[in-house]
Write a protein that binds this ligand. Structure first.
Ligand code: ADP
Ligand code: MG
Length: 235
């Protein structure tokens, strides 16, 4: 599902690489916990995989497609079709309801919409079912504005939005950092259960090592990214 091969990336205007990753592979359906300290480049790696920052051809393949060869609208379409993303601060649209936030990816991607529609109850039914599985089945919560929900509830909405239409790859960027300790394990169990049921591959990054036991595999970002050890030169 994901192949990283000699990926080097420096932010514009910065001569020093923040990513220098010889290799990383995720199999279809695998769940990987990527542990790394603050500022080590975890979010930058997810931005590269999401096609938000420009990378060279040959460095990154998602679901068999070389991301470095996609540009502009083609890259946006690829992201909408194949990736579900849970951001650290959730990035919900505050004035939309929980339900409408979950339905957003289906507006941007026909294939996501068609896959969501394939179950009973259509795309609306799929959103309600996902929210229900994530513990937000209450009708009043579905129609509440996103900014009226608690942090834990917003995080579940963000997860449902990433999962709708069964994207091949789900990226989660420290999605539990705003949660109380007792909610973290519950949330991860729910996220993993949904990914496993859908066959989605999950790349979960966090600085919190206490979470890694839930995942198929754990990798230390400092061992993966040579730029963390300060070995990378000009990029
Ligand atoms: N948009 C950006 N523009 C320039 N530099 C950035 C940007 N985002 C992150 N960086 C820099 O890249 C490095 C890695 O940041 P980040 O990927 O956010 O790390 P992490 O997610 O592991 O905390 C940091 O030095 C940070 O300052
Ligand atoms: Mg980060």
């Amino acid at each position: 599902m994901l192949t990283v091969n000699n990926l080097r990336f420096a932010w514009p205007g910065n001569s020093r690489a923040v990513l220098d990753i010889p290799s990383l592979e995720l199999a279809d359906g695998e769940t990987l916990f990527l542990h790394g300290g603050s500022g080590s480049g975890k979010s930058t790696l997810l931005a590269a995989i999401a096609g938000v920052v420009a990378i060279d051809p040959g460095c990154l393949r998602v679901a068999g497609t070389d991301l470095g060869t996609l540009h502009g609208p083609a890259r946006d379409r690829f992201r909408a079709d194949h990736l579900g993303i849970v951001f650290q601060l959730f990035n919900l649209v505050p004035y939309l309801s929980a339900l409408d936030n979950v339905l957003l990816p289906c507006r941007f991607s026909r294939s996501r919409r068609e896959r969501a529609e394939a179950g009973s109850g259509g795309v609306h039914g799929a959103a309600v079912r996902l929210l229900d599985h994530l513990g937000l089945g209450d009708r009043a919560l579905l129609t509440a504005r996103a900014d009226e929900l608690s942090v834990g509830q917003q995080q579940r909405v963000a997860a449902a939005r990433a999962l709708i239409g069964t994207p091949g790859l789900v990226l989660a960027d420290e999605p539990t950092s705003a949660l109380d300790a007792d909610l973290k394990d519950d949330f991860i169990d729910l996220l993993l259960a949904e990914c496993r049921a859908a066959g989605s591959t999950l790349l979960f990054v966090s600085h919190d090592r206490g979470l890694e036991r839930h995942f198929d595999r754990a990798v230390d970002f400092a061992g993966l990214n040579r730029a963390v050890a300060g070995e990378a030169g000009a990029c």
